[in-house]
Design a protein around this ligand. Structure first.
Ligand SMILES: C[S@@+](CC[C@H](N)C(=O)[O-])C[C@H]1O[C@@H](n2cnc3c(N)ncnc32)[C@H](O)[C@@H]1O
Length: 341
């Protein structure tokens, strides 16, 4: 950890911000370890102007205020109106005077404080909004979670710099945050975008499948999901102990984003694999979960073999690229850049 981030973490009381009056933890809080990693990439200096997307508890706004010091400023935007006065009150009680919190949709940034030296987001946009690029100063840095494929939970953390108006990814890391949403949401668990079929019982974690594979039979993935819920075939993961599922994920996002599928298998949490109209095969941290179809399992096994042949590249080997889109910049992982520059 850099000395500046370590000093900020030591100076700002996490519990003061995240603890509710009844002693519970605010659901919109982030883990300190993940916050620290992102703040290191952000490299905030005294006097900087910082835009924060997703105030939540106000804890990270407190850290940013500490990092910019008395000569800097922090503008923090939060879509959930109730959290704004809560965060403001906690910041005031902690003696912080350089943060302004407002109830805004972070997709539009906050032009009032522009140009910003740093932009940091704690919720995942489906594209990097053009407004963030438009509102930054020369040599600015943006650190944000981002979608790396049009699949639910296909997230990474990216650091972006802008040269002559053109943004460029300088670091891609594993990680992710809740999806950004233009309206407040209070139900967590079921992804907001890219879900092809789902089942969300009241008393358990939801089931869902996300896949871009073309489907000729309407509702086919719903039937596949029903099969996974009722009669899954569960065996040990085919990955060896030294093989990281997280690195394999990065490889899949880079090489087969259009054929890939992700799934939420209730309490098995998020998994990745292959799905077609007749079945699916998904890897979790320790298991292979399949439905009654050998094709999907064969596809997944083939991807594992290709990954091994390529030397098991992972997050630190696979660069990211920004692709201009209609609403902003799409983030993609690409092996071509690694070879072709
Ligand atoms: C992981 S929490 C932030 C935690 C915060 N960094 C902290 O220290 O407590 C993500 C926050 O982003 C907010 N959010 C989601 N979509 C948003 C949007 N479009 N604009 C602004 N805030 C948004 C959520 O309401 C939530 O409070």
């Amino acid at each position: 950890m850099t000395a500046a981030v370590a000093d900020a973490v030591a100076a700002v009381d996490y519990d003061h911000f995240v603890t509710e009056l009844d002693g519970s933890t605010l659901p919109q809080s982030s883990s300190i370890a993940s916050i620290q990693r992102m703040l290191e990439d952000l490299d905030v200096r005294p006097g900087h102007r910082v835009l924060e997307i997703g105030t939540g508890s106000g804890y990270t706004a407190g850290l940013l205020a500490n990092l910019v010091g008395p000569s800097g400023l922090v503008r923090s935007v939060e879509v959930f109106a109730d959290l704004v006065p809560r965060a403001q009150a906690r910041l005031e009680a902690a003696g912080v005077t350089t943060v302004t919190v407002s109830n805004r949709d972070g997709y539009a940034g906050d032009p009032v404080g522009a140009p910003y030296d740093r932009v940091v987001a704690w919720a995942t946009p489906h594209v990097i909004p053009s407004s963030w690029i438009d509102q930054i100063a020369r040599d600015a840095v943006i650190v944000a979670p981002a979608k790396v494929a049009e699949l639910a939970t296909a997230h990474a953390i990216v650091a972006i710099t802008v040269t002559d108006g053109r943004p460029r990814i300088v670091a891609v890391r594993s990680g992710g945050y809740i999806e950004m949403h233009p309206e407040p949401v209070t139900v967590f668990g079921l992804p907001l975008r890219y879900v092809a079929a789902s089942h969300a019982p009241d008393d358990a974690e939801p089931w869902w499948i996300s896949s871009l594979a073309p489907r000729e039979v309407p509702g086919a993935l719903g039937l596949v999901l029903d099969w996974l819920r009722s009669a899954p075939d569960v065996s040990d993961t085919p990955l060896e102990a030294a093989e990281e599922l997280d690195d394999f994920r990065a490889w899949l996002y880079a090489t087969v984003p259009a054929e890939l599928a992700t799934a939420g298998l209730s309490d098995r949490f998020t998994s990745i694999g292959a799905a077609n109209e007749d079945g699916a095969a998904f890897l979790t941290d320790s298991e292979l979960v399949t439905s009654d179809d050998a094709d999907a399992a064969r596809t997944l096994t083939g991807w594992i073999e290709e990954w091994r042949e390529a030397g098991r590249p992972g997050w630190s080997d696979i660069p990211g690229a920004l692709v201009p889109g209609v609403e902003g910049w799409e983030v993609r992982l690409t092996l071509q850049l690694a070879h072709g520059g």
